[in-house]
Write a protein that binds this ligand. Structure first.
Ligand code: HAM
Length: 418
């Protein structure tokens, strides 16, 4: 028997209501804030990701699904979508075409990580990116939108962690200091940290090793080494957040696992999800457009982990509203044939209707309708056929009435859909 590949999962219809809820709400909220949907390809040239995310990151060093296609080109299944959106933005000259560079996208991402609750090898993100804005109010507005989105979903307990990781002007000085301190502790660190200490010192903060964590917590905080512009930007972001009444915690070790970040970085966690409790993360990436060959352009964005939102909704006991449905019970061949026409008419009139195709008895069909949770049953037998009616039975109170066939769609819409 074939099984889904480790780290991938089937999303079955019974869970799909929650997926629709998070995706539909994202569309609704993000469009209200001026974002337009963009869909970028699932695979891109490998170097697009290694240049954007950084060669010495966990994602690029250990987690990418990279393969050579038949023409010998190295391609990678996208581990995230920001790089693809920026590529598209440059490729389509969107700086000249779009008045407001706000995009969102929804889709699968791929990372070869160790699977566990809330962590998969194929997972889904909902992303929002703002390209071309540097104002700190934009950072705060993005965060405010995310809280609004979570509230709409009914998720009211998210915690926000915030940091600033500076810019190419102030970060090198900080990194020098960091490197010196790390060198002094080098032998106590794991082999990953040792190899990163010289090549990409900031990435030491991504290490999950408990022994390294103790040492990492003693390292200097970047917040104390920001240049005056970065410091002012960070203060202003916080002042807008306070203005919006948003609570947050400054977290000096929050450098995020991707190299493209500058200034603001943030993550939302949700209680009750276990070890993988980060439901979304993002930040500024003011240097990425230029790094990929475009003009110097500031940008900021976020990616929401859909699987983790679904877990959070389940944790909160939030389920999608039950679908309204009707079941057509037929008795006898003639009624079945007429029933097939009737069910077609009902669907064309916007009524969700199911039926039996296996010749079940009247009782068997009623039992099935009950199991399916149908709100109404329509019975079409010989008597009804003669009179040109159906018997409509409401499952909530067992009440029955005869309804003329031509009045059926409007009656059902009134009774079931309000
Ligand atoms: P990220 O922090 O790598 O950021 O991922 C964002 C979110 O995706 C995480 O907070 C988590 O909810 C979800 N996620 C990541 N990996 C997995 C996994 N293996 N299984 C399930 N969920 C996962 C980014 O991807 C950046 N591109 C975000 C961004 C957009 N920054 C600027 N714009």
């Amino acid at each position: 028997m074939y099984r889904a590949i480790r780290g991938t999962r089937d999303i079955l219809p019974e869970e799909m209501g929650l997926w629709h809820r998070i995706e539909d709400t994202a569309r609704e909220v993000f469009e209200l804030y001026g974002y337009g949907e963009m869909r970028v390809p699932i695979f891109e040239e490998t170097t697009l990701f290694s240049r954007s995310i950084g060669k010495h990151t966990d994602i690029v060093e250990k987690e990418m699904y990279t393969f050579t296609d038949r023409s010998g080109k190295s391609l990678t299944l996208r581990p995230e979508a920001t790089a693809g959106v920026v590529r598209a933005w440059i490729e389509h000259h969107l700086d000249q075409r779009a008045l407001v560079g706000r995009y969102y996208y929804i889709g699968p991402m791929f990372r070869y990580e160790r699977p566990q609750k809330g962590r998969y090898r194929q997972f889904h993100q909902i992303d929002a990116e703002i390209i071309g804005e540097s104002h700190p109010a934009v950072d705060a507005e993005l965060i405010e939108m995310l809280f609004f989105y979570l509230n709409r979903l009914g998720l009211k307990r998210a915690n926000l962690m915030l940091n600033s990781i500076g810019c190419p002007r102030c970060r090198p000085g900080y990194l020098d200091k960091l490197r010196r301190q790390v060198k002094a502790k080098l032998t106590e660190l794991c082999s990953d940290c040792q190899s990163r200490s010289e090549r990409n010192t900031l990435r030491i903060f991504d290490c999950k090793n408990t022994n390294c964590q103790g040492i990492i917590n003693e390292l200097p905080a970047i917040e104390d080494h920001l240049c005056s512009e970065c410091s002012r930007h960070f203060q202003q972001v916080q002042s807008y957040l306070r203005r919006f009444g948003i609570e947050y915690k400054v977290s000096p070790r929050l450098v995020r696992g991707l190299d493209y970040y500058t200034r603001t970085t943030f993550e939302f966690t949700y209680p009750g999800l276990g070890a993988q409790n980060a439901i979304m993360g993002g930040g500024r990436y003011d240097g990425l457009v230029a790094l990929l060959g475009g003009k110097e352009t500031p940008a900021i964005g976020v990616a929401i982990g859909s699987e983790r939102l679904v877990l959070a909704l389940k944790e909160e006991g939030i389920s999608p509203p039950e679908a309204v449905s009707t079941f057509l019970v037929t008795v006898g061949e003639e009624a079945f044939q007429r029933g097939m026409e009737l069910i077609r008419e009902l669907r064309h009139q916007g009524v969700f209707c199911l039926s039996d195709y296996q010749g079940r008895s009247l009782r068997g069909q009623l039992r099935l309708a009950n199991k399916l949770g149908c709100q109404a049953v329509l019975i079409l037998g010989e008597d009804e056929l003669k009179k040109g009616v159906v018997t409509l039975k409401m499952m909530s109170d067992g009440s029955q009435q005869e309804v003329a066939l031509d009045l059926l769609p409007s009656t059902l819409r009134r009774l079931l859909y309000g």
